[in-house]
Design a protein around this ligand. Structure first.
Ligand code: VG1
Ligand code: CO
Length: 546
């Protein structure tokens, strides 16, 4: 066994280590290429300010590659003079729990090992995300600098072979580095207990109120079992697929109607459950279902905003709300009626960080099943589940009734996202660039029985630091407030994914009880005609419809 620092040289730098919407995400095979993981970690350790002598939080969603990566990071951290690594038993750490640990322990940064909702295993994906001292995803200025560093790397430093034990809490050292293994669930639960009324929720769940939570064999299993079945008294078995597996049991840990269809069927077709929820691979997303009721994530943010006064952690009022651009304007209408500031940011949680740090917003969310608040700096799946349960415990009304009342007060934003996954990159970019080039001429044209009022590529000036982010999605805004947005995904690993976001508002006096695909039918047909989606992607229908 070699101990001490080794200097390994690279024949040439890896040129493909550009972080996407959330971190560097590639196939597990790619990450197993010799020196590939090490190269990206080296770029992180050379770039993140204050890392020498600092504390690093490290953990992941338990997917294939998690433990190996924690070992590599620890050995490289030792070689770079990091003072302390805080990691968790089994290396299991959800993204929201990691954000909390960084904040609680005043860490310099965090490295989260996850490809989120992408499948795992040797044939699946792996990912590395970097978070800053505020607990949130690194801003683009930092990920750009990490990328630039990776582009010209000629080697890396790593401590010689040492084996790290993650099986139980304890302390180990590698050179001068202290590696502390703690329980990854405790601090998170303590935080939830500060925000929600556990007595009320427990009262609901101990009554005749069967719930089903699907952890999808991913990271939230241990958290959900302790919270829902342990502290809150839901019957054993309420948490399904609760054991994290390296390949998520062969599934796709993406909580939507397509990939979490077993849970969706239980709630939407069956009669056994009053509430259902699922989270993704790393625990930051949530899908919320009631008996025969699917809550669209954009609506979810609006309902949480409208009902926040029922929840202890938010009863003192909200500073403001924010949503990502493709998310529907349902929360905007609530914010306006409540007199709250409302912000529209580009896709990706990193853009909420500055607003949260500056105290300008309390709640925020994305249409992609992400909801969160100022309690941490990531979206938080189980937090959203508890927020909903707290509302249900206070209101004691069926979810479908809560939704119907919400729409009759604020109006309804019919909303859907159509994803065309794994299409040829050339076809996707060709389609996108063509629409972008057409945009200036589209203003004033007829579209789906309306008129196009604005056509642009969304750009955002951060209200806190003034930074500009452009190229965030092609918008067609229609004269009646409806819109269609086209975006190319920044998280896929195979070919390209085209996302089509469709939205149309109906005021409280309108028809509030239509099927969203029907209500949006003319927009769906019109965008296919304009962008030649079927023709250019060669796909008859989207892979996923939300
Ligand atoms: C997707 C979602 C986006 C989300 C991102 C990360 O990005 O659309 O809203 O922030 O995933 O979520 P994209 O670029 O593929 O559309 V997660 O759960 O991977 O941290
Ligand atoms: Co995720």
């Amino acid at each position: 066994m070699t101990s001490g620092v080794l200097q390994i040289s690279l024949d040439q730098p890896f040129k493909d280590q550009k972080p996407g919407t959330s971190g560097l995400r590639k196939s597990s095979r790619q990450f197993e290429t010799p020196h590939y993981l090490e190269s990206f970690i080296e770029a992180i350790l050379r770039t993140v300010p204050g890392i020498a002598g600092g504390t690093l939080v490290v953990g992941g969603d338990g997917r294939y590659g998690n433990r190996r990566a924690i070992g590599v990071i620890a050995r490289m951290a030792a070689a770079h003079g990091v003072a302390r690594i805080l990691t968790t038993t089994g290396g299991i750490l959800s993204t929201p729990a990691a954000s909390n640990l960084i904040r609680q322990h005043q860490a310099t940064a965090g490295i989260i090992l996850s490809a989120s909702h992408n499948p795992g295993g040797p044939d699946g994906d792996f990912g590395v995300k970097v978070n800053g001292a505020n607990g949130g995803p690194a801003p683009e200025s930092l990920t750009d600098a990490i990328y630039a560093c990776s582009q010209q790397l000629d080697g890396y430093r790593i401590w010689g072979d040492v084996s790290l034990s993650l099986d139980q809490p304890g302390q180990q050292t590698i050179g001068a580095l202290q590696v502390q293994v703690i329980d990854g669930v405790d601090d998170y639960i303590a935080l939830m207990q500060k925000l929600f009324d556990f007595d009320q929720i427990s009262d609901l769940l101990r009554g005749d109120y069967p719930i089903a939570f699907d952890a999808m064999h991913a990271v939230t299993g241990p958290y959900a079992k302790r919270l829902l079945e342990g502290l809150l008294g839901a019957p054993a078995g309420s948490v399904r697929n609760g054991i994290p597996l390296e390949d998520f049991g062969g599934g796709h840990p993406d909580p939507n109607l397509t990939y979490a269809h077993e849970l969706a069927d239980l709630l939407l077709k069956g009669d056994g459950y009053r509430f259902g929820a699922a989270c993704d691979g790393d625990g930051d997303r949530n899908m919320i279902l009631g008996h025969h009721c699917f809550v669209n994530p954009s609506d979810s943010l609006a309902v949480l905003t409208a009902n926040a006064s029922l929840v202890p952690g938010y009863a003192d009022g909200l500073a403001g709300v924010a949503r990502s651009m493709p998310t529907s304007a349902a929360a905007d209408v609530v914010a306006q009626q409540l007199g709250l500031p409302c912000f529209e940011t580009p896709t990706g949680w990193k853009f909420f960080g500055n607003l949260l740090d500056a105290g300008r917003i309390t709640l925020c969310g994305e249409e992609s099943f992400g909801t969160g608040s100022n309690h941490i700096r990531e979206k938080d799946g189980l937090w959203a589940v508890l927020f909903w349960l707290n509302i249900l415990a206070r209101r004691r009304e069926p979810m479908s009734q809560i939704m119907a009342e919400h729409w009759s007060r604020f109006g309804r934003h019919y909303y859907s996202r159509h994803d065309y996954e794994a299409i040829a990159s050339d076809a996707a970019h060709g389609l996108y660039d063509r629409v972008k080039a057409m945009q200036p001429a589209l203003v004033g044209q007829a579209f789906a029985g309306r008129t196009i009022a604005t056509a642009d590529d969304f750009a955002y000036t951060d209200p806190v630091d003034g930074s500009l982010t452009s190229g965030q999605g092609l918008r067609l805004l229609l004269d009646d407030g409806s819109r269609v947005v086209l975006r190319l995904s920044g998280t896929g690993t195979q070919g390209a994914t085209l996302r089509v976001y469709l939205e149309s508002y109906v005021p409280p006096s309108g028809n509030l009880a239509q099927d969203p695909q029907l209500a949006l039918g003319s927009l769906i047909t019109a965008i296919d005609g304009l962008a030649e989606i079927k023709n250019r992607t060669g796909m008859d229908r989207p892979t996923v419809i939300t």
